[in-house]
Design a protein. Sequence first.
Length: 336
Amino acid sequence: MLEVNELTTKYITRFREDIYAVDHVSLNIEEGKSLGIAGESGCGKSTLALSLMGYYFPPLHYTSGDIIIDGKNISGLNPDTVRKSILGREIAYIPQAAMNALNPTQKIINFIQDVVQAHDPTASKNEIYEMAKGLFESLGLPADVLQKYPVELSGGMKQRTVIAISVILRPQVLIADEPSSALDVTSQKMVIKMLRNLMDNGYIKAMIFITHELPLLYNVTDDIMVMYAGQIVEKANSHDAVFDPLHPYSKGLMGSIIVPEEGLRDVKLTAIPGVPPNLKNPPAGCRFAERCKFVKPECRATNVELRELPNGRSYRCIFSEDELREKYAREAQQNE
């Protein structure tokens, strides 16, 4: 459903400085599958999400690469064409702080009418109401929500309403950018259940779920991609990414989060030292080198590419899989 090849996008500051927040990123998602993207704040997750839609607002600019959705290459298309034909229909986006995305002066149904008629001016209000009512009810949202103003809804209800509006045109791919953040545990569970229902009921064919919490993705997505400083540092299926991370950064992310899953709940918490590099002048070699406990001179001198393993996972490091596992085993023995 979605194929991305060597996508590079940048921000241009008012001082004409280039900041490559997405640096040669490639990924693939098949129909019926979901991909999680994880990493700490500032690693490029949200910029990648915006870039995947092919609709750029300064200071974000497209540089190179291909974005192919259901066989259509949308990279470099005219912005008006993208807005009318691609956004909402081929690919849809649930932004961060989605609870604030609704117009407080409009009822939900009026907001939906604006969205649908922007893509299909011939759609009548009755047709749109029946479409919205059927969608909301199928996703466990009462139809009377359509006649309410955003202020009348709870935080969790607003979030689920925004998700429902995002898929009203049945897009091929849905990008959910931290849709469960700022919600209580019960609301988070309802949002995740709703996203699963969207896949099961055919409202979307593939999904990208973005968060900084790796364990959350284990319960939501089929595969996980870990980003650091604008680059992919690891790709793996969800189980391996959470229970057997290979890249030192992925390992550090898992070690810095309390995880209730069996086999991880007793793991001692550890922090990743330092801060991510300044992308105005990214370091040569491995971008994680300054924070990595296993760093050696070659890490800073070598342009590190993704290593592809026979089992389908990949990671960006100069050490082989056996070398990394040996280091982790030795470290575990020292901590006992």
